[in-house]
Ligand binder design. Structure first.
Ligand SMILES: Nc1ncnc2c1ncn2[C@@H]1O[C@H](COP(=O)(O)OP(=O)(O)OP(=O)(O)O)[C@@H](O)[C@H]1O
Length: 282
């Protein structure tokens, strides 16, 4: 297909409300998330980040509508949706007795005919995804015998093996140590460069501040949606965290520091974004 015909918008959501157990959780939300972009959803505990992600993934009943790649969500056959949108949930469960390889192969189900054995393309996708997440070494081990971080990398590989155009991840960095968080970041950049839309709920604000776009949430609503380079996006981020974090620019990159960790003379203020930083050796 010519690139001119490729949809530019990955997901468009016009949510009127989402209720869970009869309680209103999300209010009105209008969002447009682009292809070839990484969007990070951030905000305090209970703000509704996971609920929003689940709603746009079609995993929750809601009032409103979602379009995936330009088509109304409800009009896309389930199998086609599963090929176009991959999902990595929070505390995702999978059968602990399956080997890591078999778990990643589950990501290929939307590509396989009913009861047909995996094709060579399926095996190739699994190998590639396990190599991308450095989980290949424990391919024969049961999922239940892996550490939290190892398990998370296998589940990430399962989502990658789908080879979907849109990848949604809820707290994908849970259990990952700092080097593997950095690997995740490099992987996301690769995916985005190849045209994929990545949407992730993140608590790690320093990672989120590297995203192309931030969706800042508070109390079931989106308070801001824009690039982290924009002053209004950063102001919204500080506001939803009650100005208890300080945003510092280091070599063109924004970093978030808990205000409580700063010396009292440098307490966070809404518009005070510059700190004299010292190198660790000083
Ligand atoms: N199944 C449910 N039934 C009722 N309320 C729920 C349910 N799941 C979540 N909630 C409530 O919905 C609100 C939003 O929850 P959600 O998990 O979306 O927040 P979050 O921003 O992802 O939070 P966190 O950062 O703590 O993971 C919370 O107040 C939560 O208690």
């Amino acid at each position: 297909m010519s690139s001119i015909l490729k949809p530019q918008i990955a997901l468009q959501a016009l949510i009127e409300s989402v209720h869970l157990q009869g309680q209103p959780i999300l209010g009105e939300i209008a969002l447009q998330l682009k292809m070839s972009e990484w969007t990070a959803i951030v905000g305090p505990n209970g703000a509704g980040k996971s609920t929003l992600l689940r709603a746009i993934a079609g995993l929750l009943p809601m009032k409103g509508r979602v379009q995936l790649l330009g088509h109304d969500w409800t009009q896309i056959p389930a199998r086609e949706r599963a090929r176009q949108l991959a999902w990595l949930g929070q505390n995702e469960s999978s059968s602990d007795v399956l080997s890591a390889y078999e778990v990643v192969m589950l990501g290929r189900l939307p590509h396989q005919a009913w009861l047909a054995p995996p094709s060579s393309a399926d095996h190739a996708a699994v190998v590639q995804a396990m190599q991308q997440t450095q989980s290949w070494d424990w391919r024969d081990r049961p999922l239940g015998r892996l550490s939290g971080g190892e398990r998370q990398r296998v589940l990430l590989a399962r989502a990658l093996a789908v080879q979907a155009q849109v990848l949604l991840m809820d707290e994908p960095l849970a259990h990952l140590d700092p080097p593997h968080q950095a690997d995740w970041l490099a992987l996301v950049r690769e995916l985005v460069a190849s045209g994929v839309a990545v949407v992730s709920v993140l608590h790690e604000l320093n990672m989120a501040l590297q995203a192309d776009s931030l969706v800042v949430m508070e109390a079931g609503r989106v308070s801001s949606h824009g690039a982290p380079q924009r002053a209004d996006t950063r102001a919204a981020l500080q506001a939803v965290f009650d100005h208890r974090l300080h945003l510092v620019e280091v070599q063109g990159q924004w970093l978030a520091l808990p205000a409580a960790l700063l010396p009292s003379s440098q307490e966070a203020k809404p518009n005070n974004n510059v700190l004299p930083l010292k190198r660790a050796s000083e």
